[in-house]
Write a protein that binds this ligand. Structure first.
Ligand code: PHE
Length: 374
């Protein structure tokens, strides 16, 4: 900085000459314009606006000027610095915008590119549905029980109080592996037509109280079409204990549909006949979509329940004392309830699956969207 000098004119100080100031300003503007990256701009910023930049040094000279000259010099330096700062900010904004646009392009992910990962498989929705139902009962203390798919005719029918001439035994319903039961009493072997034989097996294997849930694959001689398949899945429940009544059955069913479909769900029972339960009932659950609001209400039709308000689930009842006796359980002391229903049907109405064949064809495109289910 020059020493105070009361006499000289600012234009005579080299650094404060108007053409010098203009040159400094123009050099700064040229340097900013030439900076082609934020780093280069930063360097130009330090060189042209930093504390040792020509304009900053010139600014310091003002302090040494006589008072009458300060205003004029200050104005010119101030204007030059203002123009420089403005140009700097503009170039900064320009380069940042360019960088952001470039990053967007460079980091864009093309979601349509084919991927080279080995596709992860997905669990079949029938499996997850069965586990989901079984879990409701496992949480209540029930045990999972299983039995063979190729089952003794005795377990599939006799132990369950099907008389020898019961139509369900006939060839049109049942796949016989060996048999049917011959005149000499040798047991036939069938592909089990329901999971109920696991009731008899469970009672023979355990002492009451018995609380079991039996998921599994079953077979009937149906043609494969949109609503039938010869191989399907059921889940069976059996409780045998002292003092069990139909109220326990009803409460258990209500609890199940509430766990699976929501707290305001309920079930209803309609009289029916099964040889192994007495009394027997057909069980329906409230339609979880319309909750019955579609009944008699053409403005609000419901696809899920065909505007019936209820969805048929399966069969249930109090275990027939004849079954208890066949399995060595004293019907005077113990009573029980049981129910069973098809998993395919539940999957159909729960997920709007329209064709049962989709469930058996093993096409991963059907399975994968369900695979996210835990
Ligand atoms: N096993 C019966 C069926 O397949 C359903 C059922 C199970 C009925 C348990 C009553 C009790 O249709």
């Amino acid at each position: 900085m020059s020493a105070p000098n009361k006499s000289y004119d600012p234009v005579e100080v080299e650094a404060l000459k108007p053409e010098e100031i203009e040159r400094m300003r123009d050099e700064a503007l040229a340097a900013f314009a030439a900076a082609d990256s934020l780093d280069a701009l930063h360097e130009a910023k330090v060189a042209h606006t930093g504390p040792t930049s020509p304009l900053a040094l010139a600014n310091r000279e003002i302090g040494a000027l006589p008072p009458h000259a300060k205003a004029d010099a200050g104005k010119r330096v101030g204007m030059a610095r203002g123009a420089v700062n403005k140009a700097l900010a503009a170039r900064q904004a320009e380069l940042e915008a360019e960088r952001d646009a470039r990053v967007l392009v460079e980091e864009a992910v093309d979601v349509t590119l084919p991927y080279d990962r080995v596709p992860a498989g997905a669990r079949h929705p029938l499996t997850t549905m069965m586990e989901r139902v079984a879990d409701v009962f496992v949480a209540m203390g029930y045990e999972i029980a299983e039995g063979p798919e190729a089952e003794a005719e005795w377990f599939n029918f006799d132990a369950l109080n099907f008389t020898p001439d019961h139509p369900a035994r006939q060839m049109q319903d049942t796949f016989f592996v060996r048999g049917p039961q011959g005149d000499h009493g040798e047991s036939g072997v069938v592909l089990r037509t329901h999971t109920s034989p696991v009731q008899a097996r469970s009672l023979l294997e355990r002492k009451p109280p018995v609380y079991v849930v039996c998921p599994g694959r079953v077979y009937r001689t149906d043609e494969l079409d949109a609503t039938h398949t010869p191989v399907f899945h059921q889940i069976e429940l059996l409780a045998v204990d002292e003092g069990l009544t139909m109220a326990d059955l009803k409460g258990t069913l209500d609890h199940m549909v509430q766990s699976l479909f929501g707290a305001d769900m309920k079930t209803r029972l309609r009289p029916n006949y099964f040889p192994f339960t007495e009394p027997s009932a057909e069980m329906d659950m409230l339609c979880y979509v319309c909750k019955g609001a579609s009944v008699g209400n053409p403005d609000r039709p419901c696809r899920t329940c065909s505007s019936e308000g209820w969805i048929e689930l399966g069969g249930c009842g109090m275990v027939n004392p004849r079954v208890l006796i066949a399995c060595g359980v004293d019907p005077e002391k113990y009573s029980g309830f049981a129910f069973g229903f098809g998993i395919e049907r539940m999957l159909m109405f729960r997920h709007n699956v329209e064709d049962m064949r989709d469930m058996v064809e093993g096409d991963v495109r059907f399975t994968r969207p369900f695979g996210m289910e835990i």
